[in-house]
Design a protein around this ligand. Sequence first.
Ligand SMILES: O=P(O)(O)OC[C@H]1O[C@H](O[C@H]2O[C@H](CO)[C@@H](O)[C@H](O)[C@H]2O)[C@H](O)[C@@H](O)[C@@H]1O
Length: 268
Amino acid sequence: MAETARPTHPLTTDEAWAFTAERASATTFFFDFDGVLSPVTEDPDASQPVPEVLGVLERLAESVARVAIVSARPVSFLRSRFETLGNVDLHGLYGLEVWHDGQVVTEPAALDFVPTMADLADSARAELPAEILVEYKRLSVALHYRTAPDHARTVERWAHEQAERLGLRIQHGRMVVELKPPVDQDKGMVITEGVRNAGCAWYFGDDMSDVKAFDALRAREAVDPAFFGMAVAVANPETGAEVSSAADLTLESPQAVATFLTEGLRRF
Ligand SMILES: O=P(O)(O)OC[C@H]1O[C@H](O[C@H]2O[C@H](CO)[C@@H](O)[C@H](O)[C@H]2O)[C@H](O)[C@@H](O)[C@@H]1O
């Protein structure tokens, strides 16, 4: 069968699926977790993938070269949600951790910061308003103000002071400010590495940190005209148009992601 000519952006969903199905054996699908595979919850510990997601990812992984989740969550958390999926790769903490050969492999430069982060989480609990949820993630600390949006500026100010004091980096997200080690690693770098030998890749994201992943697909297209990258945003009221405007396509919700993939899989 003759190959479909490479579509240019923007393209229809039908064209994108047809193009992908032709290159299934050279295609990778990347997914962010929160807000993409799981609906947002007030308590980060309570979030779960939408029920259809596990089956859809399993079938997708059987149909394409590779499926990976690239999240700001630790690998241990991702494992707790996806442990039945042996054929899905897990990158945690923006790529500082990866699940490889049955164990968590951590970026060595970040390990020095484990005690700093533990102390930082203790300080956050002691110094920030009680409504602020402090999520200690071993190599980073996330300060959540979803249930106390009036404290957003207090949290921002405190986080910036700590970042300056301890030489850490700040990552903004949906009703959250995160403090990370000063190690060059982000979702864009994970995707840049992940698409090095791919002919086609899709990335699904909803947050500011995901725009770097979209950019990595664009960068790969710029140097390799045979590569096809598809950036899919999942709509939300908090990042406004910033993520959607960087994407080729916007879906309404994590549930819509599962439905979209189920329909797309009929092409394979
Ligand atoms: O890269 P991701 O997998 O999208 O992780 C980004 C952040 O997700 C989590 O926070 C977000 O989801 C929570 C649960 O729905 C929600 O309560 C919070 O307001 C959101 O920001 C996670 O807790 C963070 O550590 C991640 O940085």
